[in-house]
Design a protein around this ligand. Structure first.
Ligand code: PNS
Length: 162
């Protein structure tokens, strides 16, 4: 049985993330999506909220489970006995950074990374841009799952009454 780990910040999950998770779910027996707990970085959503958003968005994928981890990724990999890491790539910019992390994780624990190119229609989508667009009232419905769009709308300051 091939059990893989798909780690990330997911603040918030986007349709790009979901595309890569669905692709991994079709390729591997079991996919664990794990939200990193970063005490130095306060996101828009808490780790518990991101887990809930991911659970809702992956509800139709029976071989996907959602978790979180604190500390070094390779320690979590060893504890869970994962056979590989799965990361999405939007383009060459991602590849440089992701290759460096993949080599480090292979060096530290012998775990290899499988890269899945995201669907071209999501290649410009990032969590930080989605938050920026949402913050200024832009339409993010085509960029994130419906539950995330609703959660983002709930975070926006109420528009002033006229
Ligand atoms: O979605 P992101 O922010 O690109 O995900 C990056 C993540 C969480 C995979 C990476 O920062 C990570 O693995 N953090 C855990 C700490 C760690 O192991 N750092 C060394 C990575 S080589």
């Amino acid at each position: 049985m091939t059990q893989v780990l798909c780690p990330g910040s997911f603040d918030p999950p986007t349709l790009g993330h979901l595309d890569v998770i669905a692709c991994a779910a079709a390729m591997f027996d079991r996919v664990t999506v794990a939200v990193v707990v970063n005490p130095d970085k306060s996101g828009m959503f808490t780790v518990a909220e991101r887990i809930e958003l991911l659970r809702t968005a992956t509800a139709s994928l029976p071989n996907v489970d959602i978790d979180s981890f604190d500390g070094l990724l390779v320690d979590y990999v060893r504890r869970g006995g994962f056979g590989a890491l799965v990361k999405g790539l939007r383009g060459a910019g991602d590849a440089d950074y992701e290759m460096q992390m993949a080599h480090m994780n292979a060096h530290l624990a012998g775990v290899r990374t499988v890269f899945i190119p995201c669907a071209p229609e999501h290649s410009f989508v990032s969590s930080s841009l989605v938050k920026q667009v949402a913050r200024y009232g832009g339409d993010v419905a085509s960029l994130v799952p419906a539950s995330v769009a609703a959660a983002l709308a709930g975070r926006l300051p109420a528009s002033p009454r006229s």
